[in-house]
Design a binder for this molecule. Structure first.
Ligand code: FAD
Length: 391
């Protein structure tokens, strides 16, 4: 007798580990992605154009922008609920999840954690509603993994600041209303809240991307951007500021990548059951079943890890090196799953008729951004040995 078919997460009984509220919230985001994003995403990816402003507003209405933050119009959900939302959004596309991660975990969190009361009042309610979009400028063309060498600088002119330099690979750059920009000052690295309509601020769209095509990626250029004294984030100094934000976003990625992987795996399972070669479904061959079983194991293990990290975070116990475990493992395994699923679809695996190659290409960016695989390996290595091996 045939055993009833199980979804990969169903086999792990993942729902058993979630509260009713978490399951409900997850289902709301999943429905939005199914109804609004999945029918359009292949076209957005192919053309490299997304209705970012429209989506931001809808995502604000959905309550996912900065959802894990308290106050200022934010939903104040648990970390696990935020992770599950990231997972469902990334099951749609990593670009959609990036829009939400950069908004909530990088730009909003930076203002929420380190900004003045005026910064928070001015930006957070509108950003939570998706009426204002934020971006986060840390990386520069010559300083990616090692942001401490950044050249962008802010110098005093009377009580004002004058900002000069540039930032590279900035998600949401061309659609942002506000940029949280990290710059060298006489006092070390400081963060600045920069309205993107400031004279001297330019955003240049990065073209010819083969990954995260349904996401806006930009170069930011600052030419003598004059900012008031109050533009500086008053409550943090040094790399601790940007790293605290990255830690938030990396946590979301530990969940998010599993959404892309789940979509690939569910697509590959359904395809393999339907696709007949040598007179039987390719799902009926042991080689195919081994692939599906191995991928299900990695997906489920990644989810157990993400949930464990989420529960730790909700108890305020999560350490940055533990976030590295999640980001490294889940981005790496999601990419491996996407590549194997692409293989299972054969020739059909290379078209945008199926989601797999889009997820696969997106995951190449996710593998690199928010700390590369190597950087997280070194974080874990340092935690284990006490020896920093970055240099
Ligand atoms: P590099 O730092 O030059 O690294 C190249 C390779 O060398 C990598 O494999 C790396 O692991 C390896 N390497 C470097 N140093 C070492 C070492 N010590 N030991 C071993 N290996 C090493 N940044 C932002 O600030 N804001 C954003 O919104 C943002 N969005 C992005 C969106 C996209 C689509 C992409 C692709 C990037 C985005 N980034 C953003 C930038 C991203 O964080 C950087 O690309 C990433 O940190 C890596 O920097 P890099 O590209 O300069 O690579």
């Amino acid at each position: 007798m045939a055993i009833a078919k199980q979804s990969p997460f169903g086999l792990f009984a993942i729902d058993h580990l979630l509260t009713e509220e978490e399951r409900m919230m997850r289902d709301v985001v999943r429905s939005y992605v199914d109804d609004r994003v999945k029918p359009e995403i292949a076209d957005w990816f192919e053309t490299g154009e997304i209705p970012a402003r429209e989506l931001a507003k809808e995502l604000g209405d959905l309550g996912v922008m900065g959802m894990h933050l308290e106050g200022y119009g934010c939903a104040g959900t648990s970390a696990v609920a935020y992770g599950l939302a990231c997972l469902e959004l990334e099951a749609g596309d990593s670009g959609l999840r990036s829009l939400v991660s950069v908004q909530g975990s990088l730009a909003m969190f930076g203002i929420w954690a380190w900004g003045s009361e005026e910064h928070k009042q001015e930006w957070l309610p509108r950003m939570a509603a998706g009426e204002a979009i934020g971006c986060f400028g840390l990386t520069e063309a010559d300083f990616g993994s090692n942001p401490s060498g950044m050249i962008t600088n802010a110098k005093r002119d009377g009580s004002d600041w004058i900002l000069n330099g540039s930032k590279m690979w900035i998600t949401n750059g061309n659609v942002a209303d506000v940029a949280v920009v990290w710059a060298q000052t006489d006092d070390g690295i400081r963060g600045f809240v920069v309205p993107t309509n400031s004279p001297g601020f330019t955003a240049n769209l990065i073209h010819k991307k083969m990954s995260l095509r349904a996401s806006v990626t930009s170069e930011l250029v600052f030419q003598n951007v004059r900012l008031p004294e109050s533009a500086m984030l008053p409550n943090v100094k040094g790399l601790k500021g940007p790293l605290s934000c990255l830690n938030e976003a990396r946590f979301g990625i530990a969940f998010g990548t599993l959404g892309a992987a789940r979509d690939c795996l569910e697509t590959a399972i359904a395809y393999s059951v339907d696709r007949v070669q040598f007179d039987k479904p390719i799902a009926g061959y042991q080689l195919t079943q081994k692939k599906l079983a191995d991928m299900t194991l990695e997906l489920g293990k990644g989810m157990l890890l993400a949930l464990h990290l989420g529960r730790l975070k909700d108890e305020h116990l999560l350490k940055p090196e533990q976030v590295s475990l999640g980001k490294l493992n889940n981005a790496r395994e999601a990419l491996a799953i996407a590549r194997e699923c692409r293989n299972i679809l054969g020739g059909n695996g290379i078209t945008l008729e199926y989601p797999i190659i889009r997820h696969m290409n997106n995951l190449e960016s996710v593998y690199t951004y928010e700390g590369t695989n190597e950087m997280h390996t070194l974080v874990i290595g340092e935690a284990l040995t006490g020896i920093a091996a970055y240099r």
